[in-house]
Design a protein around this ligand. Structure first.
Ligand code: ADP
Ligand code: MG
Length: 339
């Protein structure tokens, strides 16, 4: 008799969860992505104790039928990717089929969902990977997912969470990025006590920026645009005087996905050509649209990092767009006498 055995599904999910779910903000990100993939036009995110005690994401998307509501929690179960050939041309935010299985392995999840045309909603509870029988319930169209007591069964992970304030800030930043990436979707972000921000969902990025940072700040931002055969760079950048001490207001999106990329950040800074004060970080929300085959989003389970096949081209394009907007505004003669 050998010593090797296949581990149980719930243990495998709990281990895999370590990569996908690090903190409340990771759950918020995955749940919002699912809502967007489901075609939601309104998404509300509610955080209790910074999301540590509870996260509720409610959407008005396509919803799920009874069978899918149960399938959704299986690892590698997805409605978005079936063939290897599709992996190079991903159009949805999710595709790994891991998020719900992972979240449900380390928390108490309640899913309530109702598909268009269905007369009732279905409700499923999953606790530590164990699913309760499905119930038929009254529900509005769309999906509501409640994640309670994150890491209640993995004390080691719970210990690594920071303060309620820090966890909340990270979750809110995640909602902000989602709202900026999808100005056509109305986002509400609230705590158990009050609404933190609400975006109109009218398609206007500047309106989202106004909701996040205030109307006065948003008004000052400069629009940028640069189009080449391969790339389309659009968005808003701060004036040099709007520089910040951190990168918290530096947002980059590639094909609608919030990402981090050091080279592109450097390109933005370069575009300012020493106009930023030393030590200050630029404020920006920049979206790059490009052929999906020129960018690899499958670098990391969080999908937060991307690899460009032609990084230098992308950076040149971004730096050029930033420099052009600043030059046009700051070097233009201003009859009113102010810059
Ligand atoms: P992935 O998003 O990678 O497919 P998930 O574990 O996040 O994997 O979700 C599994 C499946 O559950 C999705 O493919 C989708 O069919 C369904 N699903 C999850 N969330 C929602 C939602 N908010 N609305 C509709 N369907 C959803
Ligand atoms: Mg997903």
């Amino acid at each position: 008799m050998g010593n090797i055995q296949t581990m149980s599904t719930s243990l495998a999910n709990q281990i895999a969860a370590g990569e996908v779910v690090v903190r409340p903000a990771s759950c918020v990100k995955e749940l919002i992505e699912n809502s967007l993939d489901a075609g939601a036009k309104q998404i509300s995110v509610t955080l209790r104790e910074g999301g540590i005690a509870q996260i509720v994401v409610q959407d008005d998307g396509a919803g799920m039928d009874e069978a899918d509501a149960q399938m959704a929690f299986r690892r590698h179960a997805t409605s978005k990717l079936f063939h290897e050939r599709d992996l190079v041309r991903i159009h949805t935010l999710g595709f790994r089929g891991e998020a719900l299985a992972s979240i449900a392995a380390v928390s108490r999840v309640t899913l309530t969902t109702r598909e268009g045309g269905s007369e009732y909603g279905v409700c499923v509870r999953v606790e530590g990977g164990e699913m309760s029988p499905v119930e038929h319930v009254g529900a509005t169209f769309g999906t509501r997912i409640e994640v309670a007591d994150l890491f209640y069964n993995t004390p080691a992970r719970l210990k690594y969470l920071r303060t309620v304030q820090t966890e909340q800030a990270k979750s809110v930043e995640t909602v902000q990025k989602a709202a900026l990436s999808r100005p056509d979707v109305a986002f509400t972000c609230q705590t158990e006590h009050h609404v933190l921000f609400q975006t109109p969902g009218n398609g206007d990025v500047r309106a989202v920026l106004a909701a996040l940072y205030g109307v006065g700040e948003a008004k000052q931002l400069l629009a940028i645009e640069e189009v080449t055969p391969d790339y389309r760079v659009t968005g808003f950048i701060g004036r040099p005087t709007q520089g910040r001490n951190s990168r918290a207001q530096a947002h980059l999106f590639v094909n609608g996905r919030p990402v981090r990329n050091v080279a592109v950040h450097q390109a933005v800074v370069q575009g300012y050509k020493n106009r930023l004060m030393i030590g200050k970080q630029p404020v920006y929300s920049i979206a790059i649209a490009m052929d999906p085959s020129l960018v690899d989003v499958n670098v990391h389970p969080h999908k937060a990092e991307v690899r460009f096949s032609e990084e230098a081209d992308v950076c040149r394009c971004v730096a050029g767009a930033v420099a052009k907007a600043l030059d046009e505004t700051l070097l233009a003669p201003t009859p009113e006498g102010h810059r």
